[in-house]
Structures are given as structure tokens and as C-alpha cells.
Design a protein around this ligand. Sequence first.
Ligand SMILES: *Cc1c(COP(=O)(O)O)cnc(C)c1O
Length: 489
Amino acid sequence: MKSQGVAQKPTELSLDPEDWESFRDLGRRMVDDMIAFVRGVSERPSFTPVPEQVKSFFRAELPRKAQGAEAVYEEFLRNVLPYAKGNIHPRFWGWVEGSGTPIGMLASLLSGAMNSNVAFGDQSAVYMELQVLDWFKEMLGFPQAASGLLLSGGSMANLVGLAAARDSRGDPSIPGKGVDPARRALRMYASAETHNSVDRAVKLLGLGREGLVRIPTGEDYRIDLSALRAAIARDREAGRTPFCLVANAGTVNTGAIDPISDMAELAAAEGLWLHVDAAIGFMAALLPEFEAALAPASRADSIAFDLHKWMYAQYETGCLLVREPAALEASFKHGADYLVSHERGVSAGPVAFADRGPELSRGFRALKVWMQLKEAGLERHAALVAQNVDQARYLASLVGDAENLELMAPPSLNIVCFRYNPGTLDAEALNSVNREILLRLQERGIATPSYTMLRGAYVIRVAITNHRSVNTDFELLASEVERLGRELA
Ligand SMILES: *Cc1c(COP(=O)(O)O)cnc(C)c1O
């Protein structure tokens, strides 16, 4: 229907800026500010607790009216940026958190501009993700025919890898019929030191808490192989179905590396799927001194690892590789008329990543990894990982030399666990003093280690996945722990 003599067109809306020139000025300011922010990180405290007025700022009402980009950016500068967790700081060694890179920051801007959905399609992001996967296969000695995908992190990589294990080695009728414990009680085995993402995966996979059998470890926190063999034999005798071993390439508490080669042999002899959780340790495979321990991971059926930890990449990026090329599709592919790939056009392309995992819409995770690897080269990354290992040893030596510090586990890879111990306190007092030392270290912005319990002892835990740390940072940590210990005594 044609309208006659319309005086004024109704305004057609979009979310693009009305004034691109001033938007560009703002964008340039943001880039300048963020580069200065990252560049100056070592001048600032490692942590600033979120003040009350900022917490109440985040309770403001739903913004119904436009306030404009400049005003929102001012709010970001005032209330958001100063109160980060601090994992880009050179003295952040808490949990296992990567520091990110400047090139990764810019890559996030570029992928934000493209706003790619990497579910499938004849798009550069799909080809790039395949290339990044091929690089990791080469690095880890996996066959080039292996499958895989980038995921949000190690938790998802463990879940997806273990789903493939369940369906292809545990019980192939599960994708059709669902899990029925009466039919087959499936059992997976992993050391007591295994990350809790594996427990959560087992529950999500419908195998129940009992589906994961936790095997004790030795003094060195590595899985006890004879206990593992005995547990498998016991379950077979009781009519249960062992289907999978999980080996740790770097445990979360102490960085212990399970005897992967022995576990690979056992898995082969027993017909079990071997999944390696290399969330922490996979980059150490590049160092000659860890080759013997980590190269056997290339025999795994699946391997999960995190790029946002010890590869220093921006969040979120984990990776899963699966040896059997069709296993992931067998678990996750589900045809839909609206997603069929055509031989030409946008839906064409070499692979549908959406068929390899639970996510359909997927961000462009490969770009930051791809740019970072190309910018600095793999050799530089290997040298940084070696530097972190040296720093862990250096910190362990500082602890060893200090009057009142005590090493609490053999340092392995990049993880050091220690505590303040003046020799005059009982176990309970030691735990509470060390807890308080840790909180003061964090709250005063001195450094951010984290904590764990080792055989009943509260320990200060340092996991060095940080390319900005230097030796003097560890000297400061050791001397501050002693000083805070004296302050508390
Ligand atoms: C961190 C970690 C995970 C989980 O990875 P996310 O990226 O945090 O999801 C799994 N296993 C180990 C050994 C880890 O250290």
C-alpha cells in the first residue's frame, strides 16, 4: 500500500552510533587507556577489594533511557576497571589463572568487531580453529586425523571428552536409551587429587557420584597404580563396567604428574578409554625435562587443556582433542533441518563444530590464540613456561633457606605449596595463622597466592602461570610471608 504525501519518514532505528566521528574518538581513547592500564599493571597493588559504594553502584535500576557511550565508559573507568581480580598482575599466582597478553586483548577487539558465530560455515574462523587444533595435535603428538574443538575451558573440555568416552567405550546404547545403572554400572577411575570438574562431569553424564572411583595417591600425590589395578579388578568381579581412566598432567593442588605411560598401558590392556586432564601441564610437554613424563599423553584417547592458564591466552579458551575422528559427532551430532550444511553458500565449510560439543553458538576463540602464537612464536612460549618452572624452583629454594618457612609438597611443574612455621605453634594454630597471612597478603595488595589443604595442613599455594613475574616478585613474597607471620605472633 502506497502512502501519499508522507511529510516525515518514521525514524528507522539501529544500535550504531549517530555520530561515528565521536565514537571513533572514544574508541581510540579506550585503546590508549587499556594499553596504559596493562602496561602499568606492576605499579599498582595486586588487588583492591570492592568498596561499598561500588557494590551499591551495581544495584542501580535497569537503564530504560540512553545515557550515551561516553558516560558508560566513565562508569567503567570508575567502578569496573579498578576492581578486577588482578590476574594480569605480576604477583598473581592464585588458583591457576592466566595473565593474558596485550595481543590477546587486541584480538578480543578484532573478534568483537567480526562478532563471528563459529558453529559452522564457510568462514575464516572455522578454518582458523582447524589450524589451531592441528598445531596443538602436532605439539602433543596426536595424529592429524584426530578431532577436537575449542571450548570455554578445562571443565567443558573434560565434560565433552568424558561424554565421548562414555558413549564410545562405556555404553554405546546411552545416546539412544539413556543411562541405566541396572543395565551397566559404568566406572571411571582417577586419583584423589583430580580436579572437581571431573566429578561434575561424571554427575552431568548421569553416572552418579559413584561413577567416579577416586584412587589414593602416594607421598608424591601421584596415583597409586596398584590401588588402581585392584579397584578395577574389584569392580569387574562385582559385575560393574570399568570404561575410563583419567590421568592428570599437573594436579591442581601440587602440579603432580600421574604415571601417564603406565596408565596408558593399563588402559590398553583393560580396554579402557584414557583421558588426560592436562589443563595445567600441557605446555610443559615442550620442555625436554618433562618429555618423559608428558610425551605418553600422546597415547590418550582424549586430552583436555587450557589455553587461558599456562599458555597465558585471554579467557575463555580451553581445548579438547579426541583421537577417534568420529567420536565427538557420535555423542553430540543431532540433525536439524535448519542446520543442514549445503554444498555451497554460507553453510558450506569443512566441519560443523556445533556437532562436536554441546554448544551451537560459539565465539571466535581461535583468534586470540592464533594471533598470540604467531606474534611471539611457540619457542618464546616454551621459554616462558621454562621460566615459570625455574621461578617455582627459585621460590622453593627461598622457602628452604628461610628460617620460618616450610615447603609442604615437592614442587612440581609451576606449583609451590608452603607455609609459615615458627616451630612453636600446634597444627590448628598453624592453619589459622597461615590463613590470616594469606588474607593479609591479598587484602593489602602485596600478592595473590591461593591456598589448599594438604594432609590436614593449610598451605599457601603459588601456581605460576604468569609471564610477567620476575624473581624479585618471589623474593618479596617470601619475605612478606615471614614479616606477616612475625606481625601475627
Ligand atoms: C583449572 C582446571 C580445570 C578446569 O578448567 P577451567 O578452565 O577452569 O574450566 C580442570 N582440571 C585442572 C587440573 C585444572 O587445573
